[in-house]
Write a protein that binds this ligand. Sequence first.
Ligand SMILES: [Zn+2]
Length: 180
Amino acid sequence: MRKQRSGPFVVPARDIVFHPGEMREFTLDVPAPEKWGEGLVSVAEGDSVLVEVRLESVHEGILATGRIETEYVGVCGRCLTDIAEPVEVEFQELFAYPGTEATDFEVQDDHVDLETLVRDAIVLALPFQPVCQPDCPGLDPATGERLATSTGSEQREPLDVRWAALQKFTPDHDEEAPRA
Ligand SMILES: [Zn+2]
């Protein structure tokens, strides 16, 4: 069984351990201790992670039920635009008393540490193929630029801009703007 030091997601359970039927509710607002997620999007280190949890004393241990709210940041999988979206996930896990059950989580003395549980729940909830909007058109295969629904790509080409600038320096314009 894993042993963890006390950390930001440690919740006290002293009042309810070995008192089946008792419960306590907690709200944590903790900065993510490190970047969570390895894909196109992740929860950034230091971003707020809100956890509402109810600890319920049962015969086998402490049942933790709750929900997590945070935000992921990253890039759209189609057009690579920066995106930031809220993510919300619910969880329920049993923290067993040591030696009673084979489980991923154990009650540690008089507390439970939700960090691994919260991190795993968030990472599993992150989208593999995040998009900036459901109908993101992606990138133009020819130019590699982002396709937008309302803007014609021709107007954005640098060549047009340079031609427009050069028109200021045609002979006609020079004659119309003589210098002293
Ligand atoms: Zn996109």
